[in-house]
Design a protein around this ligand. Structure first.
Ligand SMILES: [Mn+2]
Length: 234
């Protein structure tokens, strides 16, 4: 049976925590502490996703930012356009934490338009560069989760288009829209999950290129040795 992303996140018992303009400073700090504590120190990675980054909506940064470990997902909206918490800013700039994104280029550019600008530092891995699926049309998160599923089960996720969610024009609208917060949280959680599935199963592209490079290097070295020793037929 197909796996539905939001349902799988619920089944996994993931805590979805919201940081909005009503969240006090201490509470925000506690939420990010909880997220950080849930990130395993060996191979520390988080999933990162943003909503509302396109066109005029994302003019001053995303309308929503989601960060997730395997057990905690934090969904934050800014107090004013582009004004996110210091804790989120620090997390994104933490070079010791690898960020996993899915078609994340626009998200990262949008985060830079925040005030002050938010930098995503440390290793950034885009699932787009890991998938072996055809590039055209661009594979979405559900397709990549299906690709990496250890039991070869197909994944699905809520359709943004069918729900008409492109019509959500503000952070407030996104928070109030039924199902939207868990959809957004699941995007970040699923991005991390897909990375772990793919790294557990299939070698990523850079690793393969490295092997090709090593083999080519060895061949060239052998050819030079042969030539030097006068074994070559030329
Ligand atoms: Mn998303």
């Amino acid at each position: 049976m197909a796996k539905q992303l939001e349902n799988e996140m619920v089944k996994a018992g993931v805590a979805v925590l919201v940081v909005d303009p009503n969240t006090g400073n201490n509470e925000t700090a506690a939420i990010y502490d909880r997220l950080r504590q849930s990130i395993p120190s060996n191979g520390s990675s988080i999933g990162l996703d943003c909503e509302g980054t396109d066109g005029h909506k994302g003019h001053l940064g995303p309308l929503m930012v989601q960060v997730a470990s395997r057990t905690v997902a934090v969904v934050e909206v800014p107090v004013a356009a582009g004004e996110y918490s210091g804790q989120l800013r620090e997390l994104l700039a933490d070079k010791d934490i690898q960020k996993i994104v899915c078609q994340g280029k626009e998200d990262i550019l949008s985060l830079r338009r925040c005030r002050p600008s938010m930098e995503v530092l440390g290793p950034v891995v885009d699932l787009q560069d890991m998938t072996r699926l055809p590039k055209n049309p661009t594979p979405g998160l559900a397709a990549i989760l299906s690709e990496g599923d250890p039991e070869r089960v197909a994944w699905s996720k809520q359709s943004f288009k069918k729900k008409g969610w492109w019509g959500l024009e503000s952070s407030e609208d996104m928070l109030e829209e039924p199902g939207f917060v868990s959809y957004a949280a699941a995007d970040a959680w699923g991005t991390l999950l897909a990375y772990e599935q793919l790294t557990g199963q299939a070698p990523s592209k850079p690793a393969r290129l490295e092997i090709v490079g090593e083999v080519l290097g060895s061949c060239l070295f052998a050819m030079c040795v042969l030539k030097f020793c006068g074994v070559s037929s030329t």
